[in-house]
Design a protein around this ligand. Structure first.
Ligand SMILES: [Fe+2]
Length: 298
């Protein structure tokens, strides 16, 4: 199952470090018109890659207009990097073609699997944090990066079960993955918060274990507190406890391109922009407005 040459390969950079973009939003069709008609304090947009893997139509037409005004990053949900099913070469070819068309600042997907044996479960499924799984995913990340000709970014997902077979923590697993592959990390602050609550670990200790120079993007989203557990629903404003963790993450990682995710009960653009402005104000409190404008490496 494993290609030993790939397993032993260490970090081999593919391309330069992505730029710091500031404060962005997930692009949602409900906001197309408002975005194009207004002059919003939004620095960049993240698109859902699969929504634009089409030969034409309104989504691509709107994207072209928005791309002319804002930097774009691509975010996928179908890579299934952790699956034992073969990599989907048709999907990867479409992804590469879209990246060629859009010229995103980076391309990301999730550290998860979404199906096997030809079945797509349309969910971001958890993985056991074992050395065997790590070697398997390292091998596949190398292949994807070689196919795309660029380092990808991978996002930590929210999880609701743990595997008794796990041999390391999630954060140790993620850190080792980026060390061995040179992939970037899309750190979902809300998912760290959700998993820390659901599985009883210290979210700040987790953040402190992740290499600061590999994180290129933060996600922040609202969740649903069910009492005994938390679900990452993306249907509420960001809660205070996640803002507090975001503040800690900024202190740990420096200025990182930050994005609000909202996927259900999507409000008018102004409401999401207000949340984004709150993220910006926290960063300005932590670093000062001048450093935020200058970027993370200043
Ligand atoms: Fe996310």
């Amino acid at each position: 199952m494993f290609d030993k040459a790939d397993i032993t390969k260490e970090f081999a950079p593919l391309g330069v470090e992505p730029p710091y973009l500031g404060f962005g939003l997930g692009l949602r069709p409900q906001h197309y018109s408002e975005i194009l008609q207004g002059n919003w304090p939004i620095d960049w947009f993240e698109i859902l890659s699969e929504n634009f893997m089409v030969p034409g139509g309104r989504p691509l037409a709107m994207l072209e207009k928005i791309r002319a005004r804002y930097p774009i990053v691509m975010h996928g949900v179908s890579l299934s990097i952790a699956s034992t099913a073969p990599l989907d070469m048709n999907y990867l070819a479409s992804l590469k073609a879209l990246a060629h068309r859009v010229q995103p600042k980076w391309v990301s997907d999730h550290l998860c699997w979404t199906g096997v044996h030809g079945v797509n479960l349309h969910d971001l499924l958890p993985i056991p944090y074992t050395h065997e799984a790590l070697q398997h995913i390292v091998s596949r990340v190398h292949k994807v990066q070689e196919l795309l000709g660029r380092a990808i970014a991978l996002e930590n997902v929210s999880t609701y079960i743990r595997f008794q077979h796990s041999e390391m923590t999630e954060c140790e697993f993620v850190s080792e993955l980026t060390r061995r592959t040179g992939c970037w990390l899309l750190l979902d602050i809300s998912n760290v918060f959700v998993n820390a609550f659901n599985h009883g670990f210290d979210a700040s200790a987790c953040l402190n274990g992740i290499p600061a120079d590999r994180v290129v993007q933060f996600h922040i989203a609202g969740h649903s507190d069910m009492g005994s557990h938390i679900i990452d629903t993306h249907d509420h404003p960001v809660r205070d406890e996640v803002w507090a963790l975001y503040r800690s993450a900024l202190k740990r990682f420096g200025p990182v391109s930050t994005m609000i995710e909202r996927d259900e009960d999507i409000p008018p653009l102004a409401e999401v922009v207000a949340e984004l402005s709150h993220a910006r104000s926290i960063a300005e409190e932590v670093f000062g407005a001048d450093r935020i404008l200058a970027g993370r490496r200043q």
